[in-house]
Design a protein around this ligand. Structure first.
Ligand SMILES: Cc1cc2nc3c(=O)[nH]c(=O)nc-3n(C[C@H](O)[C@H](O)[C@H](O)COP(=O)(O)OP(=O)(O)OC[C@H]3O[C@@H](n4cnc5c(N)ncnc54)[C@H](O)[C@@H]3O)c2cc1C
Length: 1019
């Protein structure tokens, strides 16, 4: 590899020690030809384009924009071929030996000596009497032969002190302040503004005393002399020529640089580009230092139509120059004249939003910005913009610019970024800081540039109506006036190239919804129970983990609560047909399984364990009944009105409780009753927590086999088995199917599990699920087949047949005592009459938001009936969320922090996100894992299968997910839950003291390992 060439920070004057990178004009990997301008740099006295006099490819690492680099140090590299290009952040390529290479493309030493020579030049022939010093045109690069006088900062006769800037000059590559390091009085003859002076030639003089000052312009030579200078005699030493004046607004379509804009600087490269593109620099906003126009500003600018340009009208009087802010606003407003705009007004009531914002302690302005962003989800065009020529920029991030009055006058428009995705309180914190600094005009350019939508709120000034001016780069600006009886006028000025009147009208309609009903997205502003005389403040329908936790929280806060459940005892599926009975079976299976490991530790004679089915079932039923009885007593103790019956909605404030289907047996699912009569009770709020029964897909023979004597079982009916089966087919590789299949094999049955998808456990992290499949297939009597299609189920209990095709399409038939359907759960809303209450559904589930609200403001839905994770703790958490929302508290269910355990051996468990899920949410996620077989306790117990993974955000080190495949994962997951729900960082887990010897030590180990890796990769 050829040695790369170092592009260094050039030295522009003998006093310059460092420079700041203003912009990069080329990107890493771009081909650079001799004479290419690659960057713009700024010093305390100059803005300069960095030109490279070599061929090659621009290579990283590049000095960052805004970074300060000492003179002579590398700002980038040139390499000979594209393959050698180093990306950003790479180590610096090995450079050509320093001493062989100039400090910049103009040899630094030469430059210094030339500058010195120019600066120290003794008065020349044309010097006035008493001249002590000649201010000459400095040479700023080895290719510079002349410069143009841009302005004189001092007047003839002004006293000049050491270090005074007297003029500004411009070359083909730099704009530079001319600083004088002598004392004296400025004197003519002075080179005229806009005249070109050769390098080393005088521009003016310093004289010793005021009397010696000459107040005349320097005589110029050549035909291009201005009339005032025409009579001047030519002088061989004063080769000054006035630059051709170009009127503002005229176009230079050739290769010549565009005329300088009035009142502001423009880099030479920017002028060159503007010249090539026919852009009038007076119409371009400058993003460089002190508003200077840089190349990138010209790139984003729009060429004026031929013969166009905005005519500046001559106005009498002595205007003072605008300050930077005034000039920028003036420029933006002039630019807005290129936009074809129109206005649409709608009245929106702000009262509810103001109340909600106050309740949450956030600014109303921020709440409006967030509402604007939320409404854009449906009307994204409002956030687009027109890009010359005939292009539309479709943006997804909503960056709202909002006008703020600066101290001492003027408007600043700080930009609140990513309003679409960030939480309100986070936006509010950002806004407080932005406003404070905006008022003092302390914002950085990136904090007030690049808004994608703007808001101007003059409501607080009491104005009855106004509209705002949209500027290029946005499609629309919203003007908010004072509140009136019919609401505040919200007027949008829109760019007709991007949006039309109907778009804006519909957007305003959507925005109205968000602003007038803020509780839908900001959370409750008070209790949700409507005023009225109700039998119960809240009726909770369904007594599973969701309904019961909800009812207890509400009763605990003093509300009058009825819990309507169709069973004599609460507990729902979880207690009677789900979590608890299945774990009783699992516990027995564990005992049998663990006996096989006894010999590993020298414990002999225990391997012949046999199962007494009747004893197991008696224990199981006794545990359930004890728990059910305890739960009922607790509910009654906390003053919940427990009503056994099947509830149906009569309307949105009444349910009918039908007791005709009531049964005494809590172990089986009750029927719905005949629906003929029931007690009608009224409620302020209702919570639907009716669960989801097992779903049996329409496989031929499956539903037919469910009835009495049929051999198809579900998680509702499997508990009726009178003896342990010997041969089973389990259909479905979800949690229920897998748990059932493995524990039955542990009991001694031969089990075949058939899954239609290409993997088991869709909700579990892929690597964990893959490992578990392999481990399950190692069980002696269990076979797991994925990607199968079931053709038919037939036979009777004790003699069943399943016909299926394997992943290669080969047909198989298996015989079994029973077929257990583990094909998921699905809510059944028949009989509940949700339509009578106007409750919206989403497929088979009830539609609910993160606060568990349905579309009916006082009706809530939780647990399995709303879909998502169908897990007992999920239902319970949602029950608490609904209760808090009804009570007027702010609480949401967050699936990204939810968890689950699949009770196989080893157990699979998860909390939070996998790497893929985290990345899909925009988190820069990394993972670290450790196999269980390195752990001492795992070795002792011969529990070597599996692994633990931690997923963390690379930037913040926040732990966003933990995934386990391990025996005892059901207890290990507890610590992982605290990590994720508590937003803990890798450092916190790494530094926590874990007890030894426990498997929790692995968490600390993993965190430290990932931190070390991140440290290494940063270097
Ligand atoms: C075999 C199996 C094992 C499981 N293991 C686990 C596990 O280990 N961990 C875990 O977290 N989850 C597990 N689950 C899932 C868990 O049981 C459910 O997610 C949980 O019970 C859902 O709670 P819920 O309150 O939404 O509904 P449910 O528990 O189903 O309760 C709803 C109640 O409402 C009643 N009802 C329905 N309609 C009406 C009406 N109109 N009027 C009155 N009453 C009505 C129902 O009969 C029921 O009693 C398991 C499920 C099964 C089947």
């Amino acid at each position: 590899m050829a040695e790369p060439y170092v592009i260094k920070m050039p030295q522009l004057s003998d006093t310059m020690t460092e420079g700041v990178i203003v912009s990069w004009e080329k990107n890493i990997g771009d081909k650079i030809e001799r004479g290419t301008i690659v960057a713009t740099v700024e010093t305390d006295k100059a803005i300069m384009d960095v030109e490279v006099f070599r061929d090659g490819y621009l290579s990283g690492p590049l000095a960052a924009v805004d970074s300060t680099v000492p003179v002579g140090e590398a700002i980038a590299y040139l390499v000979a071929s594209k393959e050698e290009v180093q990306e950003e952040g790479a180590a610096a390529p090995q450079a050509t030996a320093e001493d062989k290479q100039p400090a910049s493309d103009s040899t630094q030493a030469e430059e210094e000596s030339r500058t010195e020579a120019a600066a120290e030049a003794s008065p020349s022939a044309g010097a006035p009497e008493g001249a002590i010093y000649t201010i000459a045109m400095q040479q700023l690069s080895d290719t510079m032969t002349e410069g143009v006088v841009v302005s004189w900062e001092k007047q003839p006769g002004d006293k000049i002190k050491r270090g005074t800037v007297v003029a500004q000059v411009e070359t083909d590559k730099a704009i530079m302040d001319v600083e004088v390091f002598r004392e004296g009085y400025l004197s003519g003859p002075m080179a005229a503004v806009d005249s070109t002076v050769a390098v080393g030639e005088p521009m003016a003089y310093l004289v010793e005393s005021p009397e010696q000052v000459v107040r005349e312009e320097m005589k110029v030579s050549g035909a291009a002399a201005a009339p005032a200078q025409a009579e001047a005699s030519a002088s061989p030493t004063r080769k000054t020529t006035p630059a051709a004046p170009v009127p503002a607004g005229s176009l230079n379509t050739g290769g010549a640089p565009a005329p300088r804009p009035s009142g502001r600087a423009a880099t030479p490269y920017a002028r060159k580009l503007a010249g090539q593109r026919g852009i009038d620099l007076n119409t371009v906003s400058g993003s460089g230092p002190r508003g200077a126009i840089q190349a990138q500003d010209v790139m984003g600018a729009q060429p004026m139509a031929s013969g166009g340009g905005i005519r500046e009208v001559d106005v009498p009087g002595n205007g003072r120059p605008m300050n930077k802010l005034e000039a920028a606003i003036s420029q933006a407003m002039t630019d807005s004249l290129t936009m074809p705009t129109f206005r649409v007004t709608a009245h929106i009531r702000l009262g509810a939003l103001i109340k909600a914002a106050k309740a949450q302690g956030v600014s109303v302005t921020v709440a409006i910005a967030k509402a604007c962003a939320l409404a854009m989800a449906k009307y994204p065009k409002m956030n687009w913009c027109y890009q010359p020529k005939n292009k539309l920029v479709e943006r997804s991030n909503v960056d709202v610019g909002m006008a703020v009055a600066a101290d001492g006058g003027g408007l600043v428009v700080p930009v609140l970024r990513n309003c679409e995705s960030r939480e309100l309180d986070e936006l509010n914190e950002d806004w407080k800081d932005l406003v404070e600094r905006a008022r003092k005009r302390r914002l950085k350019p990136e904090e007030y540039q690049g808004s994608t939508f703007q808001v101007s709120n003059m409501g607080m000034f009491g104005v009855s109506h106004f509209d705002a001016i949209a500027t290029p780069g946005i499609a629309a600006i919203l003007a908010i006036s004072a509140n009136a009886e019919q609401g505040s006028p919200f007027t949008i000025t829109g760019d007709h190239r991007v949006v039309n009147g109907a778009d804006v009208a519909m957007y305003l309609g959507e925005l109205k919804g968000f602003i007038e009903q803020p509780e839908a997205w900001m959370g409750p502003t008070g209790p949700a129970i409507p005023e009225g005389k109700w039998d119960y403040d809240v009726v909770v329908i369904g007594g599973g983990p969701g309904g019961e936790d909800c009812a207890r929280d509400l009763a605990g806060h003093g509300l009058k609560v009825a819990l309507v459940n169709d069973s004599p005892f609460p507990g729902g599926e979880c207690l009677w047909r789900g979590c608890i009975p299945s774990k009783a079976w699992r516990a027995a299976a564990d005992r049998i399984r663990d006996r096989h490991e006894d010999a590993h530790l020298g414990v002999m004679g225990t391997t012949k364990a046999t199962l007494d089915w009747g004893k197991l079932e008696a224990t199981r039923r006794q545990v359930l009944e004890t728990r059910g009885d305890m739960a009922l007593k607790t509910d009654k103790g906390v003053k919940i009105q427990y009503i056994q019956g099947f509830a149906r909605f009569a309307d949105d404030h009444h349910v009918i409780i039908d007791k005709s289907g009531n049964q005494d047996d809590p172990h089986t699912r009750a029927g719905q009753g005949d629906g003929k009569k029931g007690d009608k009770v009224s409620f302020g709020c209702a919570v639907v927590a009716t669960g989801a029964p097992p779903f049996v897909p329409p496989i031929p023979g499956a539903r037919e086999g469910l009835g009495q004597g049929g051999g198809v079982l579900t998680s509702d009916t499997v508990w009726g088995l009178e003896e342990q089966p010997k041969k089973l087919v389990v259909i479905g590789g979800g949690a229920i199917g897998l748990e059932m299949a493995q524990l039955m094999q542990d009991f001694g049955a031969k089990v075949t599990l058939l899954e239609a998808k290409d993997r088991i456990l869709a909700e579990v992290e892929p690597e964990i699920a893959k490992h578990l499949t392999a481990v399950l297939n190692d069980d002696p009597r269990l076979d797991v087949h994925t990607s199968v299609s079931i053709d038919k189920i037939s036979g009777k209990a004790g003699n069943m047949q399943v016909a299926y095709k394997d992943s290669e399409g080969k047909a198989h038939k298996i015989k079994a005592d029973y077929v257990i359907m583990g094909t998921g759960k699905r809510p059944v809303l028949d009989g509940l009459d949700v339509d009578k209450a106007g409750i919206a559904t989403d497929g088979p589930a009830i539609k609910a938001d993160a606060r568990c609200r349905t579309n009916v403001p006082h009706i809530f839905a939780i647990g399995d009936v709303i879909g998502g994770y169908m897990l007992a703790h999920t239902a319970a958490q949602q029950g608490r969320v609904a209760a808090m929302t009804i009570l007027g508290e702010d609480m949401k269910y967050d699936q990204d922090k939810d968890c689950g355990v699949i009770f196989t051996r080893p157990e699979a468990a998860f909390v939070g996100l996998s790497v893929e899920q985290a990345k899909a949410k925009g988190i820069d996620a990394v993972e670290v894992k450790v196999p269980m077989n390195i752990d001492a306790k795992a070795m002792i117990n011969n529990e070597l299968h599996g692994m633990i993974k931690i997923v963390a955000d690379k930037q913040s080190h926040r732990i966003v997910g933990v995934h386990l495949l391990a025996d005892h994962a059901d207890t290990l997951i507890g610590e992982a839950v605290m990590m994720v729900s508590g937003d803990m960082t890798l450092e916190q887990v790494a530094n926590a003291i874990h007890p030894h010897p426990t498997q929790t030590e692995l968490f600390g180990e993993l965190a430290r390992r990932l931190l070390a890796r991140l440290r290494r990769s940063r270097k």
